[in-house]
Design a protein around this ligand. Structure first.
Ligand SMILES: Nc1nc2c(ncn2[C@@H]2O[C@H](COP(=O)(O)OP(=O)(O)OP(=O)(O)O)[C@@H](O)[C@H]2O)c(=O)[nH]1
Ligand SMILES: [Mg+2]
Length: 356
């Protein structure tokens, strides 16, 4: 799962990237737009995995991971000017979600922040980018049609692309459009930017962090949003003394590290859930889309488990914590066997029985 940090130049993307990944990528270096993005893998903070490790003492503990990609600034006019190299644009298209970093701090070098206007600017750029792709494809379809090439699929594609173009012309993202599964399939190859799960990271300064309830409410009317104190939290993330870091966080009114807040928030925005496997060898978190079945859970672990799927043994993390042990789970009737169509719930602990 890959989340991209996008935003206007100097909005603090690299600062947030460093905060989340504990990296030390260069901040403020005004590198050119064709530069390679920073990429890092982060573990998804999950208290449940920590507690299960204490219970099972496995040889190995594996948290779910998210890949964070920090792009160069996407300036106003980028869409039309092709500022992003095509390699870079391909990376953006392949993202599973877009996090828009918005400046809400000021220093000696910057004007006062205008987060709402900046969000509009960036969203407009994303819409324009999608518009260009749609228009180009529609032109090609029309061109083929003039030469007598007109398949059924092309006609359907033409129809759904016109629907999308209309939506984009209204300034609305593809995400807001209701598309049937067939239409979804027809457009999946385009990987429209405004079709991806999307949220805003409000990057506030040390002096105004936590004091922006009205602004956050206004952003929330349209987008999911999370607030960070980028610079401050980047410095905290570099602390080796966690107790000292905890003290500063409390002072600032930050309940949890940016990393933990962000990973949990991303799951929510993307409508992802975790299921867990436990045992003497490994305690491990796995990621699924909300609504996925036991068979899809099996496939996530290994294709053999999917092919030879018999049943899933299942109990919930919460029940395990309440009962204290697997024996307690069984004694209290919380242990159940599920078939391949069972909809996995967040925090389910699964053991897939299979035979090949
Ligand atoms: N005061 C303050 N300054 C910040 C904050 N976050 C970033 N900055 C400053 O803003 C400047 C740009 O930060 P970067 O993190 O490099 O921004 P960026 O969005 O990655 O910039 P580009 O990659 O060049 O587009 C640096 O001088 C940072 O120190 C913050 O939360 N508060
Ligand atoms: Mg940067």
């Amino acid at each position: 799962m890959q989340i991209g940090l996008l935003g206007l130049p100097n909005s603090g993307k690299t600062t947030i990237f460093n905060t989340l990944t504990r990296s030390k990528a260069e901040v403020g270096a005004y590198v050119n737009n064709k530069a390679k993005p920073n990429v890092a893998v982060v573990e998804v903070g999950d208290e449940r995995i920590t507690r299960l490790t204490q219970l099972y003492h496995p040889k190995k503990t594996t948290y779910a991971t998210i890949e964070i990609v920090d792009f160069a600034g996407f300036a106003q006019g980028s869409a039309r000017k092709n500022d992003f190299s095509s390699a870079q644009m391909n990376l953006v298209r392949n993202l599973d979600a877009i996090a828009l970093v918005v400046r809400n701090f000021s220093d000696d070098l910057t004007d006062s922040p205008m987060p709402l206007a900046d969000i509009d600017t960036m969203v407009t750029e994303f819409i324009l980018t999608d518009m260009i792709v749609t228009e180009k494809r529609l032109e090609r379809i029309a061109w083929s049609a003039r030469r007598g090439k007109k398949t059924n699929t092309m006609q359907l594609e033409d129809k759904v692309l016109h629907k999308i173009l209309e939506e984009l012309y209204q300034g609305r993202p593809v995400r807001d459009l209701t598309l049937n599964p067939n239409e979804q399939k027809l457009i999946s190859g385009f990987q429209f930017l405004t079709h991806k799960p999307f949220f805003v990271i409000l990057n506030s300064g040390e002096n105004n962090f936590g004091g922006n309830p009205e602004l956050l409410a206004e952003i929330e009317e349209k987008y999911k949003v999370i607030e960070f104190a980028g610079n401050f939290e980047m410095e905290l993330a570099a602390f080796s003394d966690t107790q000292e870091a905890g003290f500063f966080m409390e002072e600032m009114g930050i309940a949890e590290s940016a990393h933990d807040r962000m990973t949990r928030f991303a799951y929510e925005v993307m409508d992802h859930i975790s299921f867990i496997t436990v045992g003497p060898d490994e305690v491990r978190a796995w990621t699924l889309r909300n609504g996925d079945t036991a068979l899809e859970a099996a496939a996530t672990i290994h294709s053999d488990l999917c092919r030879g799927f018999i049943r899933a043994e299942c109990f919930s993390y919460d029940d395990l914590m309440a009962c204290g042990s697997e024996k307690g789970i069984r004694d209290n009737g919380h242990f159940h066997l599920e078939g391949k169509n069972y909809k996995v719930k967040d925090g389910d602990i699964l053991n897939i029985l299979f035979s090949i």
